[in-house]
Design a protein around this ligand. Structure first.
Ligand code: PLP
Length: 354
């Protein structure tokens, strides 16, 4: 594995107020870079002071969106260790995204070492207040200066770090969800199962409409039948129907979340029945009408578990769990966060020290 060159900043930034970090607003002192060209493969691994990039205006990423990204967190444990949660899953998912976007894949050990070395370099940016963490954002961009549509021959992989606040400073807060009936997020054969920027650009309009009507997120339906539930905002979605947990299957248009997979494994380990199957919106409304919809929640790295308090389906409001956080959502949140912050023994081998 090539050595990572480290150039330290001689002007460290003042740290933000750790009590009001929010999400994705502040960036640490350093960033990781790696270059790709066909002759040298991925090369020139380096950490340097955080700062603007110089890019040719014809860089392909700026025109055709050939890019992928990832998101995971580093957690400061009470005993001083800094832990990553299932980082290899993010690395493998990024390489699957790369393959879909015709971007060269990255050597797994080098990628892991890059994340760990960067976090160690900026270790004083890992916040220590309860439930705060350091968000890690790796991404790859196509850099050929060329205006034709084809795969770029050159790329840059970067990793940046952002200290982020407690998602639920006042306890878990169930959200209101609007079912999106006009726009679609993804279809099979498209790029819905990859983390590529274009997927998110296409969702902003629906997101804005939902916000204007007073909803936190949209619930995405499948793009063909406009009937089957896919995801909620940028989270995977789970329902508890008569004590059975149901979540849509990974059939090509849904992002395979690491939190989704972890939740399924925990639930099965607790003996809770879990079904990965299609769930039509009318099955959901029927179940709610019959009093069989016990809980609903989203899963993702940022919020971990996001309980859903109500749905708006064609202007009919469907309350869930009396607008409260359900017991399974709470138990999953407590268990996952206890493992992530090292408060509980990690019997699954999910955490790694940086
Ligand atoms: C990142 C993401 C998720 C959640 O994935 P995690 O690995 O759990 O963070 C779900 N849906 C979409 C669309 C995403 O981009």
């Amino acid at each position: 594995m090539p050595a990572i060159q480290i150039t330290r900043t001689d002007a460290p930034k003042p740290k933000p107020d750790m009590n009001s970090l929010g999400f994705g607003k502040y960036f640490s002192d350093h960033m990781f870079l790696l270059d790709y060209d066909p002759q040298n493969g991925w090369h020139d691994a380096r950490i340097q002071p955080y700062g603007p990039l110089s890019l040719d205006p014809a860089s392909m990423v700026l025109h055709y969106g050939q890019e992928v990204f990832e998101g995971l967190k580093a957690y400061r444990a009470a005993d001083g260790r800094t832990l990553l949660f299932r980082p290899i899953e993010n690395i493998r998912r990024m390489n699957r995204s790369n393959e879909r976007l015709r971007i060269a894949t990255v050597d797994e050990p080098l990628f892991l070492e890059a994340m760990k070395t960067l976090v160690r370099t900026d270790i004083d940016w890992v916040p220590t207040l309860p439930d705060t963490s350091l968000y890690i954002r790796p991404f790859v961009i196509a850099t050929d200066p060329f205006l034709g549509v084809r795969a770029s021959e050159t790329y840059k992989l970067l990793i940046i770090l952002s200290p982020v606040g407690a998602y639920y400073p006042e306890g878990m807060d169930p959200v209101s969800i609007l079912i999106e009936t006009e726009d679609v997020r993804a279809v099979k054969g498209g790029t819905g199962e990859t983390k590529t920027g274009g997927n998110y650009a296409a969702t902003i309009r629906a997101q804005d409409r939902a916000k204007k009507k007073g909803y936190t997120q949209v619930l995405w339906l499948d793009g063909v039948h406009r009937r089957f539930i896919e995801e909620v905002g940028t989270m995977n979605v789970f329902f508890v129907l008569d004590g059975t947990v149901v979540t849509p299957p990974l059939e090509g248009s849904i992002l395979p979340g690491v939190t989704r997979d972890s939740a399924i494994r925990l639930l099965k380990g607790w003996g809770v029945p879990v079904e990965e199957r299609r769930l039509a919106i009318d099955e959901l409304t029927d179940a709610a009408a019959a009093g069989r919809l016990n809980e609903a929640f989203g899963t993702g790295t940022a919020a971990v578990i996001s309980p859903i308090g109500q749905f708006n389906v064609n202007d009919t409001l469907i309350p869930v769990c009396g607008g409260q956080t359900g017991p399974l959502a709470q138990r999953l949140y407590d268990e996952l966060t206890a493992i992530q912050w090292g408060r509980k023994p990690d019997t699954h081998g999910w955490t790694q020290e940086v």
